[in-house]
Structures are given as structure tokens and as C-alpha cells.
Design a protein around this ligand. Structure first.
Ligand code: GLC
Length: 421
């Protein structure tokens, strides 16, 4: 054999091996509410091991809209430092242009997911993010306290108001002075849009902007629902609830100082943790409805993973996204984080059902969830949401009635819409 050919052959093989083995480090931006950072570490470990790549988590602010603001700045600057973005279910239409189309890479995976969630991440035919988990809140209630005071799980917001007050007063009379009836998310942020949409929709007051683009929020049922909620701060909820996000509500709940809490499924896992004062003492129910004719409506939340167009590690980033949206990672996430899968079959998985019984119970609640109007309002969604949460926050803080604030909101939304969304 000609020695020159041999040398060239060896060199080529070495280069090839080096290319295959070159380990990438990918950077992943995500919120870290609750135990999300710990869950994330456990989820990526098998992928790191299988590929030799490393993942660096960039923790984001707790509020979804603050996180969105930061993403927008990075994406507008074509930031190369973030390879993957964990994105809220409502964002895809607003930032789609910055992400790669994952349709081909995830071709085998797509049919396994709920089609509605895949649709929500598809913009102009491009699949810009892959679903990681869906989110629909629950009414958390203290079984022990309801039993002690002979109360049943409230089916309506009016019943919730009465039961929370009754138990709170009776407990305080017995010296349990830190107890509150109901904790939820009343801060002026995206989470308040979720809470208030639930009161309004479940009372027959529509969904702010309807799927056909009609602005529907200025109506009597919606105003009555928001006015009822305005009676809660200081009465059955701490005054501070007007600055609460998810974690503040969970903090009060998990130290045993609330009878009811509105929160997402992640709080179920943490509430049963070793250090929780309410471990084993609570259960969950679908959120109450408004009056007898209403229908329970949990807000549709959830998170997805997108790969940046500006990433210099796109191949590794796509591989990680596909892995995280796949059955193995979603199952693990369900078991360790109580996050609701978006893969249909996982609702029949016996291990998930044993370890997180909430999950199979929540399939129907998810299927009836109310989406925020991000599809009809397209790129205006964040503005719509912030106008809505401010109108509600003003009402909750005693600045104007719901009817007055919703009338102003309607006019502001009409201005924003102009000739069309
Ligand atoms: C949860 C939901 C998300 C929502 C947020 C509001 O994280 O999954 O969709 O926007 O709560 O606080």
C-alpha cells in the first residue's frame, strides 16, 4: 500500500471522529418556578450522557411577561448566546420569526401530541416550538379543614367565598390567627390574566376577545365575576394577594395558612414534599364556576421549547428539543414535577397514574380549558393581556368598579385593534 494514501486515510478518519465527538455546550433559557431547575437537571442528564454534550440553564424571572420582555430584547439583538428558549403557550405568534422550523426534525413525534397544542405552536405553517408540558390549574383544598368544619368542596365562586370565610373565621376564633380562606395570583402580570379569565369565562362572560376577534369583555356577567373577586382581598385573602404570583400563593399554602389555593399542578408535587406542612392533608378539584349556570374553566397554560435561528449549535439544540418533547422526558417530567404531558398516551401510563394520580384526572379538565386570546389577537396579545390585567387589578384595588374599568378596557382594545388584529 502506498504510504501516502494510508496517511491521508488516517488523517481523514481522525478528523471525522473529532467532528463526531466534538461536544457542544448548549444554553437553555427557562423559568425556574418551584422545583423547575431541579427537574430540568434531572431531565437533561440522560441526553448529556448519550450525546456527550452539555446544557447550561439560564434562569429567567418568575413572571411570564417579564421573561417575555427579556426574550424579546435578546431575539431582537439576534443573540447567539442562547440556543434554546422555553416559551409560554401564548407567545408563538409574536416571536415565531426568530425560531427554526422543527417540523421535519420532530416528524415522528408530532402525531403523538395533542393536535391543539401542536397547532398553537405552528405559525404560517412553521412549527416553531415543541410542547414540553401543558398546564391547567386546580382548586387546592384542605381536606382536614373542610371535614372539621363540615364543609363540602365549593362548586361555585359564591360558595367558595362563603366556605373560605366560614372556615377562616372559625379557625381564627380557635387561635389559628395566621389562617386565610383563599390564596391566588393577584399581582398585575400575566398570571392575573389567567385568574380573571377563569372567573369571567366560568360565569358566562366570554374570553376577553373571542376566537373570531370580537372584543367581548364589556358585559354584565364579566363585571359581576370581577366584582365578586374584588371582595376577597382583606376579607378571605391577604391584602398582599394583590402582589402575589404563583410562588407567593404556594408559600402561604404550604406553610398551612390557607384553606383554598388556585395554582398549577406543579404545586401538587411540592405540597406533598417532605418539608410541607400540608403533606397528605389536601386534594384538588376543578376550579369553581360562576353561579349555577356557569361552567368551570381553567386557563390553558403550558410551556414549549424553541430553537433560536441565531444559535451556533443548532444541531445539538434541535436534538435536545426533540428529546425534551419526547415520551421518555415527558414521562419523567410528569413523575418528578407533576407537569401535565402533551403526549396523549401518557394519560394512560400506569406508572404516572400511580405516582401522580392528579395527571389522569386532569385530562378532561385540560380538554375543557379556556385559551387566552393569543390566537385571534396575534402580535397584539401581550398588549391585550396587560390592558386586561390592569383593568382587573384596578378593580381589585378599589380603583373603580368592574363595569367602569371594563368599559374603558373595551375602548382601549378597540383602539389597539384598529382595522383588525
Ligand atoms: C403558568 C402557565 C403559563 C402562564 C403562567 C402565568 O406558568 O403555564 O402559561 O402564562 O403560569 O403566570
Amino acid at each position: 500500500m502506498d504510504v501516502r494514501y494510508f496517511a491521508v486515510g488516517v488523517a481523514a478518519c481522525t478528523i471525522l471522529a473529532a467532528t463526531e465527538l466534538r461536544a457542544a455546550e448548549v444554553t437553555y433559557a427557562a423559568g425556574i418556578t418551584g422545583n423547575a431547575a431541579n427537574v430540568f437537571e434531572q431531565l437533561v442528564a440522560p441526553w448529556e450522557e448519550a450525546t456527550g454534550n452539555k446544557v447550561k440553564l439560564v434562569p429567567m424571572p418568575a413572571s411570564s411577561n417579564d421573561q417575555f420582555g427579556q426574550y424579546r430584547l435578546w431575539l431582537a439583538a439576534h443573540n447567539k448566546d442562547i440556543d434554546l428558549y422555553e416559551i409560554d403557550v401564548i407567545w408563538a405568534p409574536q416571536i415565531a420569526e426568530h425560531f427554526v422550523d422543527l417540523k421535519e426534525a420532530a416528524a415522528d413525534l408530532i402525531p403523538k401530541h395533542f393536535p391543539s397544542i401542536i397547532d398553537s405552536q405552528t405559525v404560517d405553517g412553521r412549527l416553531v416550538a415543541l410542547p414540553l408540558f401543558t398546564d391547567v390549574p386546580a382548586l387546592y383544598y384542605r381536606k382536614d379543614l373542610l371535614e372539621k368544619h363540615g364543609a363540602s368542596v365549593p362548586a361555585t365562586w359564591e360558595e367558595l367565598t362563603e366556605t373560605a370565610k366560614k372556615i377562616q373565621d372559625a379557625e381564627r376564633a380557635e387561635g389559628n390567627s395566621d389562617i386565610w380562606g383563599f390564596v391566588w395570583q393577584g399581582s398585575a402580570y400575566e398570571g392575573l390574566t389567567c385568574n380573571a379569565l377563569e372567573w369571567v369565562k366560568s360565569s358566562g362572560g366570554g374570553q376577553i376577545v373571542e376566537p373570531d376577534g370580537t372584543i367581548s369583555i364589556n358585559n354584565e356577567a364579566a363585571a359581576a365575576a370581577v366584582d365578586l373577586a374584588a371582595t376577597w382581598p382583606g376579607a378571605i385573602s391577604p391584602e398582599g394577594v394583590l402582589a402575589y404570583q404563583e410562588e407567593e400563593a404556594r408559600g402561604v399554602w404550604q406553610t398551612g395558612n390557607a384553606v383554598f389555593m388556585r395554582n398549577w399542578p406543579y404545586a401538587h408535587e411540592l405540597g406533598n414534599g417532605k418539608d410541607s406542612a400540608v403533606k397528605g392533608l389536601f386534594d384538588v378539584a376543578p376550579l369553581p364556576k360562576g353561579g349555577d349556570s356557569g361552567q368551570s374553566a381553567g386557563c390553558l397554560g403550558g410551556w414549549n421549547v424553541a430553537v433560536s435561528k441565531y444559535s451556533e449549535e443548532q444541531e445539538a439544540a434541535i436534538s435536545l428539543a426533540v428529546y425534551l418533547a419526547g415520551p421518555e422526558a415527558q414521562k419523567k417530567r410528569a413523575i418528578i414535577g407533576a407537569n401535565l404531558p402533551t403526549i396523549v398516551d401518557l394519560y394512560d401510563d400506569s406508572e404516572i397514574a400511580t405516582k401522580q394520580p392528579l395527571i389522569p384526572r386532569w385530562k378532561d379538565v385540560f380538554l375543557q380549558a379556556v385559551p387566552r386570546p393569543s390566537a385571534p389577537t396575534k402580535t397584539a396579545y401581550n398588549e391585550v393581556s396587560s390592558l386586561f390585567w390592569n383593568a382587573v387589578h384596578n378593580t381589585l384595588s378599589g380603583s373603580g368598579s368592574a363595569a367602569e374599568n371594563l368599559e374603558i378596557l373595551e375602548a382601549d382594545l378597540e383602539d389597539l385593534r384598529g382595522d383588525g388584529w
